[in-house]
Design a protein around this ligand. Structure first.
Ligand SMILES: Cc1cc2nc3c(=O)[nH]c(=O)nc-3n(C[C@H](O)[C@H](O)[C@H](O)COP(=O)(O)O)c2cc1C
Length: 169
């Protein structure tokens, strides 16, 4: 994959998160990687930095990795990998090695001490800079009912994008 200027990242956040989702991989050399599918998140700019943000429920195994390390990558895979993306979203790293089961590879980046998915078409290599748990009591009733009946709240992570890689010319 080629390293490109961050400003060349041209994902349509609405379409790509909704229709083909992404895989968040958290963890460093010490912890090893764990990844999960995400379809809630976005990209933007704050504190003079390019950032992406993702929402990870506290029950996810990936949440533990997000808390322990600041290493986070967001990988967008083509729909040829739909089955694998669904696997990452339906199974927990607590119960199986998702990389082994799907054949996807977690490539290690020694410079940033993080893992990315080698088969991805586009990857954002990020460092977590801020996180906060959504406050259940502050949410609109409709959203509480639809999304948090089981009290499994999301943590919002704001991550600084350090590098953008793509296999597209
Ligand atoms: C299409 C799709 C999108 C998902 N998006 C999210 C998300 O944005 N946030 C989240 O916490 N879970 C999301 N999930 C659920 C997690 O990917 C799923 O619970 C996963 O098995 C967690 O793995 P882990 O326990 O190894 O972290 C999504 C699942 C699918 C299938």
């Amino acid at each position: 994959m080629l390293k490109k200027d961050l400003k060349e990242f041209d994902i349509n956040a609405f379409k790509d998160f909704e229709e083909s989702f992404a895989i968040v991989t958290a963890g460093n050399r010490t912890t090893g990687p764990n990844g999960m599918t995400v379809s809630w998140g976005g990209f933007g700019r704050i504190w003079d930095k390019f950032v992406c943000f993702v929402f990870v429920r506290k029950s996810r195994y990936t949440h533990e990795f997000m808390e322990k390390t600041d290493s986070v990558s967001i990988s967008f895979l083509s729909d040829n990998y739909k089955k694998e993306k669904i696997f990452f979203g339906r199974n927990s790293g607590r119960d199986c090695d998702k990389f082994k089961e799907t054949g996807l590879h977690a490539g290690f980046d020694p410079d940033l001490n993080m893992y990315i998915i080698s088969e991805a078409r586009r990857v954002l290599k990020c460092k977590k800079i801020y996180s906060i748990d959504l406050e259940f009591n502050d949410l609109p009733e409709e959203i509480k009912k639809m999304n948090y009946k089981d009290d499994d709240i999301h943590t919002m992570y704001i991550c600084e994008v350090k590098e953008y890689l793509t296999d597209e010319e």
